[in-house]
Design a protein around this ligand. Structure first.
Ligand code: FAD
Ligand code: SIN
Length: 519
């Protein structure tokens, strides 16, 4: 199959790119589940954009840089903050509804690390509303083909023409991808003039995550295998307030916007404790809050703290957070009268595939967008609600850039079809499940909110055994989704540990007790 633009992933990043690029050529989107199975669909708090005084671009830039702890790329921050209002207009044009006050202005949320109210939202279901609008616009577009239940296995480069390639090979280019049709188990060679990896995050490398099951870091792993450059992978952001409800996967999120609304973090004995950690108390940046909760839980041997919103007007709580109210009620907690048990969970990958301001990776004809990418916006710690807007701005940048290249780019001939050697083993599934669990335990135990040189070394040693076993299995087995995902998660976990070991300081989301932070 041949297509001008091959887009892998159907979240905010992939769909926005598709809608913009379709004016310049045919777009094919492959996605491994239904269209709306993605992190985007779960986003609660909202999407950042400066709208009204007293907020300014300068304040949004400042908050992003402070949160990123000195590791942001100022050019990326400027770009996203200043282009955000345009992207909001596009979203509204595609049919997204944001909540408004009676006088027609946007109703704005506030979250940790923000000096102003600047987060547009749709109740506490912002991501689902954005995804709905994008999916409808994509489905209605005559020049976009959507292939659901299609799993991208690997990117095509000169390696598939028999050449030896490294991360330093000049002229390394991407020619498309091998894609597994999950209904027929056939692997198709999809050739493209331009390939976009927008496969989201990797929360499932940990035992507890707010991410849906599709977030297995496939794109980051594929790009790494294709010899693209990745960076900042050690900065895995843990959300401070996932609902404590043992056994439930993914961990249900209690939006930070609830703390922006006035909810307070308390220990199990009722004590407010965040004033001991940060002047912004319960609205401190996410890394500080997650670490404070982790410290208190470890010190007390407790599994959760509480979030208390009972002092606020019950009707206002119900109208701002209908989805959270309903979810908590379903497990017997009336949040207008009772405290909510919460615990941190892996939430967001601040690093990823390194890209330029046009979203281009170090490989020609290959773009990475959204959570898969590392644009430099987030630095060592993402400011809440900055990711959806980043996905949109960079999708637009990439669509403009790729459209300019497409006329001069030919399809690559000579790529061999997938080699179907290999057999399926009866015991294979059990092994995969077991290895996945082990990998998640390694990451949660040794590469969590707090790490050390020893814990990272131990994690690497244990992971290398899983790596070898999984490669062996992969090389003698027909490709299937579970095994490919496991292989990808191991590759991503490796990058998190490796890049964590290279960083000799504690900063943002990476806290290493061998390099204690002052203050
Ligand atoms: P996704 O939306 O995750 O889409 C990735 C797509 O790629 C999916 O369709 C997936 O099925 C597909 N895919 C993956 N691998 C493959 C493969 N191998 N082959 C084919 N397809 C594949 N951010 C904010 O800015 N504001 C918020 O309020 C907010 N709240 C959040 C709440 C939760 C619970 C979570 C989990 C995240 C939240 N985030 C929020 C983060 C934000 O939602 C994500 O960073 C963002 O949606 C990522 O968009 P994306 O398009 O990059 O990836
Ligand atoms: C939230 O609503 O707390 C999540 C916001 C985000 O991750 O940006």
């Amino acid at each position: 199959m041949k297509t001008d633009f091959l887009v892998i992933g159907s979240g905010a990043a992939g769909l926005t790119f598709a809608l913009k690029a379709a004016a310049h050529g045919h777009v094919t989107i492959v996605t491994k589940g239904e269209m709306n199975e993605c992190n985007t669909n779960y986003a609660q708090g909202g999407i950042c954009s400066v709208t009204y005084e007293p907020d300014t671009f300068e304040k949004h830039i400042h908050d992003t840089l402070v949160c990123g702890a000195g590791k942001c790329d100022p050019a990326a921050v400027e770009l996203v903050v200043r282009r955000a209002p345009e992207m909001i207009r596009d979203l509204i044009g595609w049919g997204t509804r944001f909540d408004r006050t009676p006088d027609g202005r946007f109703e704005l949320n506030r979250e940790g690390g923000h000096s102003e109210h600047r987060i547009l939202h749709h109740e506490d279901l912002t991501g689902a509303e954005i995804e709905r609008a994008l999916v409808e616009a994509v489905r209605a577009h005559p020049d976009i083909t959507v292939l659901e239940h299609h799993f991208a296995v690997d990117l095509l480069t000169q390696h598939h023409l028999g050449e030896f390639v490294t991360r330093h090979t000049r002229g390394l280019a991407c020619f498309g991808a091998y894609v597994l049709d999950l209904r027929t188990n056939a692997v198709e060679t999809m050739l493209a003039r331009c390939t976009v990896v927008a496969t989201g995050g990797c929360g499932n490398i940990y035992s507890s995550t707010t991410n849906p099951v599709v977030a297995t870091g496939d794109g980051i792993a594929m790009c790494h295998r294709a010899k693209a450059i990745t960076e900042n992978m050690e900065f895995i952001q843990f959300h401070p307030t996932a609902l404590y409800h043992p056994g439930e996967k993914p961990n249900f999120l209690i939006t930070e916007a609830m703390r922006g609304f006035g909810a307070i973090l308390r220990l199990q004995n009722g004590e407010e404790f965040m004033d001991r950690y940060h002047p912004m108390k319960s609205l401190a940046p996410r890394d500080v809050t997650a670490r404070a909760i982790h410290t208190e839980m470890t010190r007390r041997g407790e599994d959760f703290v509480y979030l208390d919103v009972t002092h606020k007007d019950p009707d206002a709580v119900r109208s701002h957070f209908p989805n959270i109210c309903e979810k908590c009620l379903s497990i017997g907690i009336d949040i207008t009268r009772e405290w909510i048990p919460v615990t941190p969970a892996a939430h967001y990958c601040c690093g990823g595939v390194k890209v330029s301001t046009d979203g281009e990776t170090s490989i020609r004809r290959l773009y990475a967008l959204g959570e898969t990418s590392c644009t430099g916006l987030h630095g060592a710690n993402r400011l809440a609600s900055n990711s959806l807007i980043e996905a949109l701005v960079y999708a637009d940048q990439a669509a403009r850039h790729a459209s300019g290249q497409i006329g001069r780019t030919e399809f690559q001939e000579g790529i061999p079809d997938w080699d179907f050697e290999g057999t399926r083993h009866a015991e294979e599934m059990l092994m995969i499940i077991q290895s996945k669990r082990e990998m998640q335990q390694i990451m949660s135990n040794y590469v969590g909110i707090v790490r050390s040189n020893l814990s990272l070394k131990r994690a690497m040693r244990r992971l290398s055994i899983l790596f070898e076993e999984t490669e062996e299995l992969y090389n003698k087995t027909k490709p299937n989704r579970d095994l490919c995902e496991l292989r990808n998660m191991i590759a991503v976990a490796y990058l998190v540990i490796k890049q964590g070991r290279e960083l000799k300081e504690s900063v943002g989301c990476h806290y290493n007790t061998d390099y204690p932070k002052e203050g």
